[in-house]
Design a protein. Structure first.
Length: 189
């Protein structure tokens, strides 16, 4: 998917059928937080997740996988074979839409002139592109950097101590991780 000449999709494909979905960034931040809080899929969470569909799929399992791919921007980032930095894959999360909300809000306003509260609609993938494109000197990107720094790689003792204090101050609370492919399959298996 190339955002320079292709329109952002308002659907996901499930078993060859296009199923329309809600695409506003606010809803996808809510889904991200829901999955992060839920830890594991259960019937109640599954029912809530399927609310992101306007046209529900025939296969619930495949529908959940499709939403998970859309959430990650998988097709968007297949352009160059990488995924959005930060919370994808293994390891600790380095940002939280809940705990970093004020930073993200102010950085979007400062860098792009976008008031996230006032914007009537923004596609989730557009939000992801802008989020990833925030300059390194923004508070959001600095938090991501400090949370991802491996203290063992810092040779200078004073610098390591300084960064350790920063990491401690901006640490994200421990949370259950959201469901992965195995957990989704296990729920339906």
């Amino acid at each position: 998917m190339n955002p320079l000449y292709e329109k952002f999709p308002d659907y996901v494909e499930v078993r060859g059928r296009r199923c329309r979905i809600v695409t506003d960034f606010r809803e996808w931040i809510k889904l991200s937080e829901l999955l992060g809080m839920a830890g594991r899929l259960n019937g109640k969470v599954l029912d809530m997740v399927l609310d992101w569909y306007i046209d529900p799929p025939s296969s619930v399992t495949d529908g959940v996988y499709a939403l998970q791919r859309f959430l990650a921007g998988a097709e968007l980032y297949e352009i160059d074979g990488r995924s959005l930095e930060g919370n994808q894959g293994c390891g600790k999360p380095v940002y939280s839409f809940e705990h970093d909300a004020r930073c993200i809000y102010s950085d979007f306003l400062r860098c792009y002139g976008i008031d996230l509260e006032q914007v009537p609609y923004m596609h989730w993938w557009k939000f992801l592109i802008l989020f990833e494109g925030l300059p390194q000197d923004t508070e959001t990107k600095e938090r991501i950097y400090y949370r991802s720094v491996n203290l063992n790689e810092i040779k200078d003792k004073e610098e390591r101590k300084r960064i350790k204090e920063i990491k401690k101050r901006i640490a994200l609370p421990m949370r259950k991780s959201g469901p992965d492919d195995y957990q989704i399959g296990e729920f339906f298996g």
